[in-house]
Design a protein around this ligand. Sequence first.
Ligand code: GMT
Length: 379
Amino acid sequence: MQQRKLKVGVICYPSLGGSGVVATELGLKMAAKGHEMHYITSSKPFRFLDIHPNIQFHEVTIEGYAVFKYPPYDIALANRIAQVIQSEQLDLLHVHYAVPHAISAILAKDMAQSSIGIITTLHGTDVTILGHDPALKNTLSYGINKSDRVTAVSRSLRNETIELLQPTTEIRTIYNFIDEEKYYPRDVGHLRKELGIAPDEKVLIHISNFRKVKRIPDIIESFRLLDQRHKAKLLLVGEGPEKFDLEKYVKDNGLQDDILFLGKRDDLPELLSISDVMLLLSEKEAFGLVLLEAFACGVPAVANAIGGIPEVVEDGVNGFLVELGDVQAVADRVTQLLNDPNMHQQMKRNAMRTVQKEFSSESIVAQYEELYYEVAAMK
Ligand code: GMT
């Protein structure tokens, strides 16, 4: 028997970042399956490139009043969610991040006097950082415990949440995924030329939001320690708070010809297609969505063995795992990989296979869809 199509309210950060990517890609896939997806956010999520007729956007607006030191966005969001629950007759809410989004959803449900179910997806920093902040820890627990279902993007994040908060709601791991139709290896030789990369040079790549947690100085240091540094370029892709100081450091150390800051780019699949190794040396990483993006384009990774990374990178299979802060080990592993074309080829193939076998969008979206039906049936 064919199940009815659902009306889902989605609350996420519409900004650049893995959680925003997952929330929007999931919406696009659900919309393609016939579900009606209602995004309730402050602005249009950035990857809403392919507008689908089953996707609607409900903007949260808030006036600035002199009496408020901070505009009460979370309350305005709750107000908007409550309106949409009623106007669109939603079947369930899927919120990304417990704080503040689950809190706004719980308030909205009460305001709308609705029995709607709430799914909260934990992405990482909401637990790994806010969970340690006494000012927000209780609120975080409340958001999780008042959700009907909670998912975490890795086993590591699930375990950390349980250890830290002892939640009363069960937490299920549902891994992240990428759109395989966007991420695949392409023939883009011209891009190497445009970026001034010589035909015999190897390419290392790092993509992030340039926050401290990404430990980009470790990436630069490992690059400096590379044996064949004179035959390699490091691409640093993204924008964020650390970028200015890093650019200065690179210039002051005369590395600006080999370390290229490319800023925010829309052509990530193309940049990955010209890359040989992805570096991800964060100190916290619940999953590391860029690893999947790299793998799908046939780029193995050298990454830190922290958080959810070991659930994605299998040491010696699709890349290498190193200990946090061990920049020499990073340089050694990259050197080993670049000096052994057979190993590199095998790891490229394994990386692509990892995406197909363990993180295929079809299987992950099916897990979310099953959860959606479970929660919709509770109403
Ligand atoms: O990594 C960030 O700084 C951004 C953050 C986000 O909100 O997108 O990423 C988190 O969620 C991603 C999607 O689930 C995960 O792939 C990232 O590992 C996670 N970041 C951290 O845990 C630091």
